[in-house]
Design a protein. Structure first.
Length: 189
C-alpha cells in the first residue's frame, strides 16, 4: 500500500535511503537523512510516498515541484535541524566539506523543473513491482499538482538506468558530478 510519508516513517525511510541509495546524501549519514525527511514534511512542494508491506517500509519515492534552490529551501525551513545535522556529518567526516561545496554545482538546483529525487526499494523486495508502483504513484502526484513533466538523475553505472528507460523516461543528457558520470532523464506526463 502506498501512502504519504508520516513522522512515524522517517527513521525507516532514512535507514532505507542510507542502505540502498549510494551518493552524497547517504554519505552525510542517517542523522542528516532523518532531518532531511523530517524537514520535507513542512515543505509543500516536496512529497515522499512510502510503500508498506506487512507493516514495514519496503520502498519510497521523493519528488519536488521545482529543484531550483532546493537545498536553501530545506535550510530555511529547519535551519537548526539541518544545520546541526550537516555540522555533525562534517565533524565525523571532515572530507565531506569538499563534497558539500561540489553539491552546490549540481545542475538540477539551477533549473526550475520538477524532479523525482529518488526511488528506493529494500533489496529484499526488489523485482516485485514495488518500484514500478512507486513510479506510477509519483506520476499521479505530479499530475495532481498540475505538473506535466519531471526529471530524474541517476549515476551512469546503476541498474536503475534500465528501470527508468523501461518506465518511459528519455535520456536528455549526461554530465559529470563529483567525479562520476550521471544521466539526466525526463518524463512527460
Amino acid at each position: 500500500m502506498v501512502t504519504f510519508l508520516s513522522s512515524s516513517d522517517i527513521l525507516s525511510v532514512s535507514s532505507l535511503h542510507k542502505k540502498e541509495l549510494p551518493g552524497f546524501l547517504s554519505k552525510l549519514g542517517e542523522y542528516f537523512l532523518t532531518e532531511f525527511y523530517k524537514t520535507s514534511l513542512g515543505i509543500p512542494s516536496v512529497f515522499t510516498l512510502v510503500y508498506k508491506k506487512d507493516g514495514e517500509i519496503a520502498g519510497f519515492a521523493t519528488g519536488v515541484e521545482t529543484s531550483r534552490g532546493l537545498l536553501g529551501t530545506f535550510f530555511r525551513e529547519n535551519p537548526m535541524g539541518m544545520g546541526s545535522a550537516l555540522c555533525f556529518a562534517v565533524l565525523t567526516s571532515p572530507k565531506l566539506i569538499f563534497d558539500i561545496f561540489k553539491t552546490l554545482a549540481y545542475p538540477g538546483f539551477g533549473h526550475d523543473h520538477a524532479e523525482l529525487l529518488s526511488i528506493s526499494v529494500d533489496s529484499k523486495y526488489q523485482r516485485k513491482g514495488i518500484g514500478k508502483e512507486l513510479f506510477e504513484e509519483t506520476i499521479k502526484e505530479f499530475k495532481k499538482r498540475k505538473i506535466n513533466s519531471f526529471k530524474v538523475s541517476i549515476y551512469d553505472g546503476m541498474s536503475a538506468n534500465s528501470f527508468y528507460k523501461k518506465m518511459g523516461c528519455k535520456l536528455d543528457s549526461s554530465f559529470s558530478f563529483m567525479g562520476s558520470k550521471m544521466n539526466y532523464y525526463s518524463f512527460k506526463i
